[in-house]
Write a protein that binds this ligand. Structure first.
Ligand code: ATP
Ligand code: MG
Length: 391
């Protein structure tokens, strides 16, 4: 209660000073004013929590002062002090918004009791505000996550529908190509133009296929395969898969594997796709001579995999967007912008968490943690992504 800021307002100097002294002695932060006007002036500069206000004062009386206080500082509580003969002023005060009233001569303990009640009310209100803020934030987060999930489902549906016409286009292009290769068409006019057009069709189909595959991977898994996974081997294999692409760019991938972890229960296909997506991004962001470290270690009852690169880093304004579907900074045709979106939804499925830290120009670290025992049903909608920018 010591941090409650009190303002004593009374024109009787002796009474006010004595009371102030006794409150201060109890450790309270107490200010004084000899009139309503002075009270308002002080509050203008320095807000207080409680005003202990005499009703009978020359000039602006207590009730008038109370009106002004409630109008300008609605969060401040007022305790009125009335004479024996004028308790109706106290009642009037309460109607105007005073917290309570006390009748003079007052007992210090009574006043302290009232101040204590005001303090409790203030604490409760602060808690309520904090809770409301927290709830609003959570709701916003839920809306964002649900929106992403809905988008993912929709996108996967579209992807599925597009797969059939894509197959038809691909097959027809292949058929036309084989016809063009026949002897009798060897001298067909503008044959190279046709061939080039067919090439373009095949390239386009390949790209569209990549998109649909990623999308379908994010939502529909043909078979669930939770099993005992030798995680060290899985990381080894995945790194080996990407070693060549990295080597072409003169980028080194090193592994730091804590021997304490041997195996976990998870879905190896999902985990491999997650690792491929993150490490591939790291390779893309690396420059010649950069290094990618894949570290694996136990953290409590989970395992943490850190993929750290010394590449170009992610600008702060992009960091919030990298998990959104179709967000990509890569040139058209190079990135679908689905890699991390899919990664996040797969992490959700495995009951894992993913976080990212990045420093522009210095590098990026993705950290994923997985339970040692994945529960395939764990599709909780909690947003488990955390993002930190340092540059
Ligand atoms: N390690 C990293 N370093 C720098 N930027 C990164 C890194 N990882 C992701 N990003 C940024 O996040 C964006 C989104 O990544 P995401 O994997 O979702 O899509 P993408 O790599 O562009 O395309 P794809 O669908 O082919 O993976 C990237 O375009 C890139 O800007
Ligand atoms: Mg990617």
């Amino acid at each position: 209660m010591e941090n409650v800021r009190i303002l004593l307002v009374d024109d009787e100097d002796d009474f006010r000073r004595t009371l102030a002294k006794r409150l201060t002695k109890r450790g309270m932060n107490t200010k004084q004013a000899a009139s309503g006007e002075e009270c308002l002036k002080i509050m203008e500069k320095d807000p207080v929590d409680v005003v202990v206000l005499d009703v009978k004062m020359p000039g602006m009386n207590g009730i008038e002062t109370l009106h002004h206080i409630k109008k300008r500082h609605p969060e401040t509580e007022v305790i009125m002090l009335t004479g024996h003969a004028t308790t109706h002023d106290g009642v009037e005060g309460i109607k105007t918004g005073a917290f309570d009233y006390l009748t003079k001569p007052i007992e210090l303990e009574h006043l302290l009791g009232k101040i204590g009640q005001v303090h409790e009310k203030l604490v409760m209100e602060k808690e309520k505000q904090k809770e409301a803020k927290f709830r609003a934030k959570m709701e916003q987060q839920m809306i964002a996550t649900e929106r992403l999930a809905a988008l993912g489902t929709l996108a996967a549906g579209v992807a599925h529908e597009i797969n059939n016409p894509l197959a038809i286009i691909k097959e027809s292009a292949g058929w036309m190509k084989s016809i063009l290769n026949r002897e009798e068409l060897a001298n067909m006019p503008r044959k190279p133009d046709f061939e080039m057009a067919l090439e373009k069709i095949e390239k386009g189909v390949k790209r569209a296929k990549r998109i649909t595959l990623q999308l379908l991977g994010s939502v529909k898994q043909t078979h669930s395969t939770i099993s005992v996974v030798n995680i060290k081997e899985l990381v080894n294999e995945t790194v080996a898969l990407l070693q060549r692409e990295a080597g072409n760019k003169d980028v080194e991938i090193v592994q730091e594997i804590d021997p304490a972890i041997v195996s976990i229960w998870t879905d190896p296909y999902k985990l491999r796709q997650i690792l491929i997506n993150i490490i591939t991004n790291a390779v893309h962001a690396s420059r010649s001579g950069d290094r990618i470290t894949v570290a694996l270690k136990p953290v409590d009852d989970r395992v943490a995999i850190k993929i750290k690169d010394t590449g170009q880093g992610i600008p702060g304004e992009n960091l919030k967007k990298i998990f959104e579907p179709f967000f990509s900074t890569k040139p058209p045709g190079k990135g679908t912008g689905l890699g991390l979106f899919v990664t996040r939804s797969l992490m959700d499925k495995l009951g894992g968490e993913i976080s990212v830290e990045s420093r522009l120009g210095e590098g990026t670290t993705f950290c994923i943690t997985l339970p040692r025992y994945a529960d395939e049903e764990d599709t909780s909608k909690k947003d488990k992504t955390s993002i930190q920018s340092e540059g």
